[in-house]
Design a protein around this ligand. Structure first.
Ligand code: ADP
Ligand code: MG
Length: 204
């Protein structure tokens, strides 16, 4: 029987999108994740190709359906008529626009590690649509875009960051962006405080 990995080894993928870099938010975004106690285990800057971005979003075969449904629900909640009732028609357009958005300039790809990292990074990043992202989240605090505005202008919602939506998504996305040897296994000393069962060795 293979031993289950400890939760401290959980990993997630974060991308600072081109708008995050253009808005000078690299340090601010990294700070939010770093101060939680998570460990940065991979980092690089690149300009992705449109093919690479399409592959990224379609690694999850359910993404087209889910994202289309989420967009329709977002419109309905505000009492607005969505651009289409067909989730797949909506995502065909979103995907085409995402390819333009994420190849418009450099992005920073990162892998963060720690217990519950996928869920907590999503929480701190905030909901997809900045108009309705909670105050205190990165998307809620630093940008104001909406589905309505982006759909009217036929472009992607500019929300600064991509963060894996589930542990399964993270598992598929990390190898898409990073080779195994680009990820570093190392210790940081604060992990003793975060994870050790007995807090020995503090007092002299
Ligand atoms: P998240 O990035 O929060 O996981 P999704 O996976 O649902 O969100 O969508 C991926 C990205 O596609 C979003 O971050 C956003 O940039 C863009 N997007 C999603 N829905 C829309 C929409 N209705 N109109 C324009 N862009 C969208
Ligand atoms: Mg997503």
């Amino acid at each position: 029987m293979t031993q289950q990995k400890h939760q401290r080894e959980d990993r997630t993928l974060v991308i600072i999108k081109p708008d995050g870099i253009q808005r000078s938010l690299i340090g601010e975004i990294i700070k939010r994740y770093e101060r939680l106690g998570f460990k940065l285990v991979g980092l690089k800057m690149l300009v992705p190709t449109p093919e690479f971005i399409e592959q990224h979003y379609t690694l999850d075969t359910a993404w087209r359906q889910k994202t289309g449904e989420k967009t329709i629900a977002g419109y309905e909640k505000k009492g607005l008529e969505p651009p289409s009732r067909d989730p797949l028609e909506i995502t065909a357009k979103i995907l085409a626009n995402l390819k333009k958005y994420l190849t418009a300039g450099p992005v920073i790809a990162m892998v963060w590690q720690g217990a519950h990292v996928v869920e907590i990074i999503r929480k701190v990043t905030g909901g997809t649509e900045p108009l309705t992202s909670d105050v205190g989240t990165i998307r809620g605090d630093f940008v104001f875009d909406s589905y309505q505005m982006s759909d009217n202008d036929n472009r992607a919602v500019r929300n600064l960051i991509h963060a894996s939506g589930s542990p399964g998504e993270a598992e598929r996305e990390i190898p898409h962006w990073f080779k195994r040897e680009e990820l570093v296994s190392y210790k940081v000393f604060q992990e003793k405080i975060l994870y050790d069962v007995n807090l020995d060795g503090i007092l002299e």
